[in-house]
Design a protein around this ligand. Structure first.
Ligand SMILES: [Zn+2]
Length: 107
């Protein structure tokens, strides 16, 4: 299968958004929807930035190791649910996620 492409990531996000939008409205649904929409925007921004750099013959710089988020979201420490730590990048992962949202590592 190989590694998923950016395009597949975008398709996945869009299908997640469609699925979430069919659910009843609630604070958790809103939060998840916002996360997905921000991720989608970020994926498109990354795609645009990458294209600009390659067109200008600049090698896009990719960090070898995932960087810890500098400003964790305010709700990260309020015990909203059980959290795990990613073995690869040490990011906090919600226990219901089968993969690390920061580096994509399977748990
Ligand atoms: Zn990770």
């Amino acid at each position: 299968m190989g590694k998923p492409s950016l395009d597949e990531f975008r398709k996945w996000l869009q299908s997640e958004i469609r699925e979430i939008e069919s659910l009843e409205v609630g604070p958790n649904v809103d939060k998840r929807l916002l996360q997905l929409e921000m991720a989608l925007q970020e994926a498109m921004a990354f795609n645009a930035a990458w294209n600009i750099r390659t067109e200008a013959s600049i090698t896009p710089v990719i960090q070898e190791k995932a960087v810890r988020l500098l400003s964790p979201s305010p709700e990260i420490n309020n015990d909203s649910g059980p959290k795990g730590i990613c073995g690869s990048c040490e990011a906090e992962i919600e226990d219901d996620l089968p993969f690390c949202p920061v580096c994509g590592d399977n748990r």
